[in-house]
Design a protein around this ligand. Sequence first.
Ligand code: PMP
Length: 426
Amino acid sequence: MNTSLLERRHRLLGKAAPLFYDQPLHIVRGQGVFLYDADGREYLDAYNNVPVVGHCHPTVVQALAAQAAQLNVHTRYLHENVVDYAERLTATFDASLAMAVFTCTGSEANDVALRMARTLSGREGIICSSSTYHGNTAAVDELSTIFSGGRTTSARVRAVPFPESYRPLRGLGGPALLDAYVAEVEEAIRSFEAQGLGLAGMLVCPIFANEGLPEVPAGYLERVARLVRQAGGYLIFDEVQAGFGRTGRMWGHQCAGVVPDIVTLGKPMGNGHPIGGVVARADIVDAFREHVMYFNTFGGNPVSCAAGLAVLQVLQEEQLLANAQEVGAYVARGLRELRATHAVIGDVRARGMFWSVELVADRNTREPAPAAAKAVLNAMKDRGVLISRLGPFDNVLKMRPPLPFSRGHADRLLETLDRCLADLHV
Ligand code: PMP
């Protein structure tokens, strides 16, 4: 490890500026599904979802470089790229989601979505989940329940328990469990109305990624969508993690079969180049634009849109959604086999090329094992494979590689995980 670089960073960015791992990594190069540190050591990247088509993909790099060499300005001049990109992007959604607003980050996209819902409904209340993160602007931070034990910091935001089957609400099961989770949303709407705030909308990730990728009781999103709309609110899906092929479908909400009113995008959109956006119904975008002069200096610039177009092109040319389904299912099978030999694995959940492995101290009580998760991800790094952890108890191993992840890469991930779990002494 480069200690002088770490010291300078501490001095200049602060010791609390987040870093991964007990011994931080100094990465200097990336290619495909691999990262390389300053000593030339190779790491299989099973964590980073942003480089969705692979680190430094030549098609994306060339598109960025060519456009940067020609022109980069804001969107108050006419330019083909922003229109071409909006056209190609909206074509991947349900026909009702026909217009786009571009931003630079996922946080900004969620901020715009909240403004749309509040401005157009004339109401304030937003429902989110009890263990989530949607970004870092002041308005979006009001929804960051992952850092506050499930509580929200604002009267205009209410958190409902996220739907799951592994630690079900009040120990319920079957239809009663689904009813109980839906009733929480009904209650949140009622309380907003009683307070005079009213419901502006509900903002959730359609696969509840930050919640630990739970198994969601079937029918949950359909039922809450109906409730939110009946109350005059907007249904907002945050596709910042779930989108761009991660689940094996282009959009996470396509797995659930529910079409939202507003979708927010980010992370993989530019394969590492900062671009985010909102895709929504045309009437929503038009009405919002009439009420709010929204302008984002860098959002939708020609270079960002060139990157976005290149990502869509590579996803298609390399059939990466099909790969996410095929290799995703292969890894899910392998992880379930590991569960048979390692008692610390309480549950394995998978959506395309996104896998979560919940570690527990006891399979019967399901007591979370966060120290084991931390030990495993550090040991994986020492053996040359990068993963992370997530969930309300920080005990869920999180794996979400770039989509050109092959069966060979999967075997290396599974073998390394098997060894690290075998070595576990916590
Ligand atoms: N939404 C979700 C679901 C996220 O996971 C994140 C970032 N982790 C964001 C939004 C915020 O995106 P950004 O960091 O680009 O602002």
